[in-house]
Design a protein around this ligand. Sequence first.
Ligand code: F6R
Length: 608
Amino acid sequence: MCGIVGIIGNTPVAPQIVEALKRLEYRGYDSAGVATLEYGHLARRRAEGKLRNLEAKLSDAPLSGVIGIGHTRWATHGKPNETNAHPHATEKLAVVHNGIIENFRELKAGLEAKGVRFETETDTEVVAQLVTHEMRQGRPPVEAVAVTLPRLRGAFALAFLFDGEDELLIGARHGAPLAIGYGAEEMYLGSDALALAPFTDDVTYLEDGDWAILRRKGADIRDASGAMVRRPRHKIPVGSFMADKGNHRHFMAKEIHEQPEVVGRTLAHYVNFTAGRVELPFELPFDFRALKRISISACGTAYLAGLVSKYWFERLARIPVEIDVASEFRYREAPLEPGELALFVSQSGETADTLASLRYATAEKLHTLSVVNVPTSTMARESTLVAQTLAGVEVGVASTKAFTCQLTVLLSLAIAAGRARGTLTPEEEKELVDALIAVPGQMSEAMKREHEIEILARELSKAKDVLYLGRGTAYPLAMEGALKLKEISYIHAEGYAAGELKHGPIALIDETMPVIVIAPYDHIFEKTVSNMQEVAARGGRIILITDEKGALESGLDTMATLVMPSVHPVVAPILNSVPIQLLAYHTAVFMGKDVDQPRNLAKSVTVE
Ligand code: F6R
């Protein structure tokens, strides 16, 4: 996704905005732009490509305004050209946007029916046109934004600049981060504190649903209901910007909450939102149609992401998948055929066992494809193909956002394979892509259950053992839930296939044993309900993670039911990662554990 900067200053702001945007270059982008007020009126400079192209434009035609907004864009809807670059503007306002407006098609159709003409292929322009439409009806800027924000669905951050308003910027946060910076008679907006570092160390992080009205002397912050709220101001210690926890107590919490943004960013790299198709950002040196098998190897959480993808590759593309933990794969001397695909999943790209498996597959002349988060890592350098996850730096030892980004990339690959092999029709592909596009917004919705989860975590913290159950893709997710809980709270936990319960683990069930069941309403829901009944009959205390339909249909007395947004069953494991991560996190915090650096664990395991 993109970078946002906004400044109400006292000297020309365009050079400052470009400097701040340079600090956001690490996020990746393919065009950039600035808008200021020149003698009270909106003026823009935008350029395709890197910031030096924008600087060249500004040097040919400088902007002198003392209030402005700027943006680096990572194309999602529409090509990365100058027309689609932000800020988008009308005669009334300019706006920059990070994230995805999920319902832009229907909003656009509504405006077009009223005669509004669109100039770009972006989802952002719909926001510019909606607010403009309200202003044309006579609403002042703040009111026009207030009535527009509730109409937008998705995960996004926005910053607005208005024609003739040299004292006003409005910022809004819904699923993608946005921070306010305070200066001396100057105010700032930034998509993270890093962007604001050259100007101020005095920062407020907006909370989800907040929007802020900035004037030269300060900011009024309102929550989603429009009520005025106070949010804490933080002093950011010099030198800590790369490792900024934002409003959160721990990196793990920050990284859990970043997921709508980074999953959206990753998605934008693999999916053409407008066409509703997966478009891989690389050429394949093999043909999916000719693949007889995929061998996946990885460790820990990355292995579990691989295990979820086994279901996807097999169901959507009908490719048989073998999967191993990398420490086994490398020594099991598996017979491999040249031309097969060996797939590796790793956040760090440095994990010794996974790297050794990659080298083994390379020696056996397989095509190698690594899904990695660190593009400069050894695995990225040594693989034939690299599918990058755009999770950003993951600091918490327990992997969270890297996992959901891995799932996003793996599902995109499975869809691409399904299309190539003719096992998915274009309509089926579009349905899956639309389901994927909705995930960041639904993750933000899921996070609204955090308080409920926190209360539940207090109960969980009393347990000595916890069992996680699931079927289909919820089975590897059950294992991931158990892994998250044990690694940061040190409570013993196991993840089982719900159908395996009766073959042994059911002996463990009694009234002291919490059993967390992940059961979205899908084709195997009823089977999982039968397994839950087996648990209930033995006094086990069930925590059910499901959706509305599942909650309605389960008919069971549970200790708690966490109702998640209803989603397409294929994308459910990405969404249901949120409650299992939050449950582990709050349990460990309640128990006073060091969640970011659990005992005995390291972030990058470069030993066998
Ligand atoms: C668990 C966790 C580990 C890693 C594993 C692989 O939360 O983070 O299980 O997933 O050590 O690391 P990478 O992905 O760097 O290869």
